[in-house]
Design a binder for this molecule. Sequence first.
Ligand code: CTP
Ligand code: MG
Length: 230
Amino acid sequence: MAKIGVVIPAAGQGKRMGVGCNKQFLTLMGHPILARVIKLFEDSEYVSEIVIVGAVNDIPVIQELVQSYKFDKVLPICIGGVQRQDSVRAGVQALSTTIQRVVVHDGARPLLTLREFNRFMEETEKFSAAIMGIPLKDTVKRIDTSGKVLETPPREFLRAVQTPQIFDRGILAEAHHQAASVGYYGTDDATLLEWIGYPVHIVEGSQENIKVTTPDDLWLAERILAMRDE
Ligand code: CTP
Ligand code: MG
């Protein structure tokens, strides 16, 4: 089996959360969001090593968190960049040379379960690039800048995309390299592969795998965890 490394981009500022610190240090049912994310991969048999990408000022706090939870797959914390994409690129470069496949998972998605992750790993084994996504509940419209509706893409062919996303390391590194060399930015890593014309496969995600983004997500995340009876 290919050796798998995980890159956790956690170098954002959490502006939409509006708490004045990195949202990933907020606790949910007693544990920091970032600790919950790391623990999932520590517990997974698929994963050999983990790179956390943090903002320069957050490095000491992240180091302390890793030590206090005794996470032992975690490599030295990597310094992030201005955009998420820059952070992921740095994280991929920091992985050991023996790592052949890379999972990217947001530091702000603490509700992915080991069971869902294992299912993702099984379903994506045969693909060089694969991501999680869920069907949309709402109808989506494409609009112009004035707010005029241009079209309504058929909902059955739309997915809201999540992480984890998994890639063969070579193609992910190549896509990041090409994007960086011309300053192309996409909102997730799969977009970069699409941009260089590489096929990306999608498998069913989980409604509970939310990205903690705004204050109401904290409430929702707590409710989901409480339901799981942790
Ligand atoms: N991220 C990162 N490096 C950046 C920006 C974001 O590693 N330069 C990470 C975040 O820490 C987060 C993930 O990418 O785990 C998804 O980003 P998002 O939810 O947008 O988090 P923030 O950028 O921190 O939040 P905001 O956009 O509200 O400022
Ligand atoms: Mg952001």
